[in-house]
Design a protein. Structure first.
Length: 282
């Protein structure tokens, strides 16, 4: 039961042309990838073929940079509706927008019943701790997610998409979030790659409510970036970031991970046991 917690299946028709061009340039088979966004059964069949048991279907709001609006929440719920035993739909709120954050959080938790939230500071253009400087909608998101025990994935590390602002990429801002919301399950997406791996590892060691996924990192380089991965393995989640730029595939990344000199117990924790615990999966 491999759980790939970080796969981007999104309504690509919303994506801005400049951002879509980045994806198309990296994937000669982009049209096949785009077709999966219209056919969840076909995507589940791909998961079967690649040996993946469950997937975190990552969607997030980033209208100014990527083009994705708050409609992604309903889209994610619809996409996963008939496959909730295999698909974990992620939604999002942009706390810098004029949306009623409290009302949308209630809808995400009680009506859409999404599995988690995704916040993307470099694409949503805020610091993860900006509630301390008056971004009250962000505090609402964190507080309601904590009350519902809804995991919040926060993008950490840089982005190459046009319009991204990498001043927001440093995960150290999440230190405040973990202190102020100690019961909030937090996932550091991408482990801070490629500049902030040590910071991400520090936050995982420091805070009992902080996890990290290792998506978007070449698996063969993981032990170079995280020499203590074995010791961190009780709070690390497997993820591929497919079909992100330079990610060859879910199974290809998995095969490279399995070649690392880790204990079988650490592999099992990273590949499925930690996600089962965090998402309360049977």
């Amino acid at each position: 039961m491999v759980i790939d917690i970080h796969v981007h299946v999104q309504p690509l028709e919303m994506m801005k042309p400049a951002c879509r061009a980045v994806m198309e340039a990296k994937h000669p088979d982009f049209e096949r990838i785009a077709a999966l966004a219209h056919d969840p059964a076909r995507f589940v069949a791909l998961m079967d073929a690649e040996g993946i048991g469950r997937v975190g279907v990552i969607n997030y709001v980033a209208e100014r940079v990527m083009g994705f609006t708050h409609e992604v929440n309903d889209w994610a719920a619809r996409y996963a509706r008939d496959h909730r035993d295999r698909l974990l739909p992620f939604g999002s709120i942009d706390p810098t927008s004029d949306i009623d954050a409290a009302r949308e959080m209630d809808r995400i938790v009680e009506h859409l019943r999404l599995a988690a939230l995704k916040l993307h500071p470099p694409h949503q253009l805020f610091h993860a701790n900006q509630y301390r400087q008056g971004l009250t909608a962000l505090e609402t998101v964190y507080r309601k997610a904590q009350d519902a025990q809804l995991p919040v994935m926060i993008h950490t590390g840089t982005s190459i998409f046009p319009g991204a602002r990498n001043v927001y990429a440093d995960p150290m801002a999440v230190d405040d979030v973990a202190v102020d919301f100690p019961e909030l399950p937090i996932i550091l997406a991408h482990g801070g790659r490629p500049l902030y791996m040590q910071t991400a590892a520090f936050l995982v060691r420091r805070h009992r409510n902080v996890w990290m996924d290792i998506s978007g990192i070449p698996p063969q380089s993981l032990l170079d970036y995280f020499p203590r991965l074995e010791q961190l393995s009780d709070r690390v989640l497997w993820g591929s970031d497919w079909p992100g730029p330079m990610v060859p595939g879910m199974a290809a990344n998995l095969g490279r991970f399995l070649a690392l000199p880790l204990s079988e117990a650490a592999r099992q924790r990273i590949l499925h046991e930690n996600a089962e615990k965090l998402f309360r999966l049977a």
